[in-house]
Design a protein around this ligand. Structure first.
Ligand code: NAD
Length: 314
């Protein structure tokens, strides 16, 4: 594996285009193929991003509306998503998005059966399960961007509150990429000190820091969407980090959407966001965290609500 890889991105919307742009800015991969059913939009985005290449590095971005062109991809990020229609319920939208994912997976199974599939479309945990159950490839080769972005938001926020570099903040947001997500505080570590034992400034209350930080994380996407209509730059960098991890076999730990480990005693097959080691073969290892009683309940609740939603559309 090397930087000489071909990367596919399906969907040239806000998220897809931002991913391609971030891949070029960070010089990840050799060739990027941007697929969109409306080829004109893919061409326009590819041309615009291509204009940055002479100023940056040697890469190639091409546009297509043919799945066949994705045949050499090592990894393919799927970002297509239907927009909610007037009077459409969230469940109906989920049903439509689930059909779109099935259609795409069917095509990718024909042209690129060995490629790693990285699901970004929302609801990402449920659509990852749809893709896993519909594809011929092994489950480890299909995962979702899960709570990577949420975890990075929390590390940033906590670092700010504790006046410590976010890179020394180790904590994971897990469960659902959505309203029922939660932080595994019982495992949180700052440098090599347990969060609960970390020296705080006088008058600072750790419990309120935890609560405020998590509230900010949960509100973040809503706030951005309220102001500009969508989110794209944050998720794009989260996805690029995952792609980089796969093509360079970096084996870093990220909270991605995967089938839950049996050890948790959750319903078999349920997909939720959990910390995993990511490498060239996709999900190399699903890590088992120890949860306290409250976190166990939160995990069970997240699994139940994701499983209920999945069962309603399947
Ligand atoms: P967008 O509307 O800008 O783009 C959607 C793309 O999907 C377009 O290219 C459109 O042509 C394509 N599309 C729609 N219906 C299709 C169909 N039936 N067949 C093929 N292609 C189809 O949307 P966006 O802002 O780029 O968001 C894309 C997805 O990413 C959404 O599901 C969104 O919720 C999700 N998202 C996920 C995260 C995350 O953290 N996982 C963050 C932001 C957005």
């Amino acid at each position: 594996m090397s930087n000489l890889s071909t990367i596919g991105v399906i969907g040239a919307g806000n998220v897809g285009a931002a991913i391609v742009n971030a891949l070029v800015l960070r010089n990840i991969g050799k060739e990027i193929i941007l697929y969109n059913r409306d080829k004109k939009k893919a061409i326009a985005e590819a041309m615009d991003i291509d204009d940055t290449i002479p100023l940056l590095s040697e890469m190639q971005v091409s546009a297509t509306n043919s799945y066949k062109d994705l045949e050499n991809c090592l990894i393919i990020a799927i970002t297509v998503g239907a927009r909610q229609k007037e009077n459409e319920t969230r469940l109906e939208l989920l049903e439509r998005n689930s059909l779109i994912i099935k259609e795409i997976v069917k095509e990718l199974d024909k042209v690129a059966p060995e490629a790693i599939l990285l699901i970004v479309s929302n609801p990402v945990d449920i659509l990852t399960r749809v893709a896993q159950n519909f594809s011929i490839r092994e489950n480890k080769k299909i995962f979702g961007s899960g709570t990577v972005l949420d975890t990075s938001r929390l590390r940033y926020q906590l670092g700010k509150e504790l006046h410590v570099n976010r890179k020394n903040v180790h904590v994971h947001v897990v469960g659902e990429h959505g309203d029922s997500e939660f932080a595994v505080w019982s495992n949180a570590i700052i440098g090599s000190i347990k969060l609960d034992e970390f020296p705080l400034e006088k008058g600072v209350n750790l419990e309120s820091i935890k609560e405020n930080s998590m509230q900010i994380v949960k509100r973040r996407a809503y706030e951005i969407i309220e102001k500009k209509g969508y989110t794209n730059f944050g998720v794009a960098v989260a996805v690029v980090k995952l792609i980089q991890c796969v093509i360079r076999d970096e084996r870093k730990i990220f909270s991605v959407s995967v089938g839950a480990n049996e050890e948790y005693g959750l319903k078999k097959g349920v997909v939720l966001s959990l910390p995993c080691i990511i490498g060239s073969q996709g999900v190399i290892h699903r890590l088992i965290l120890s949860y306290d009683d409250k976190e166990k309940k939160q995990l069970e609740n997240a699994a139940r609500s994701l499983d209920d939603a999945y069962n309603k559309i399947n």
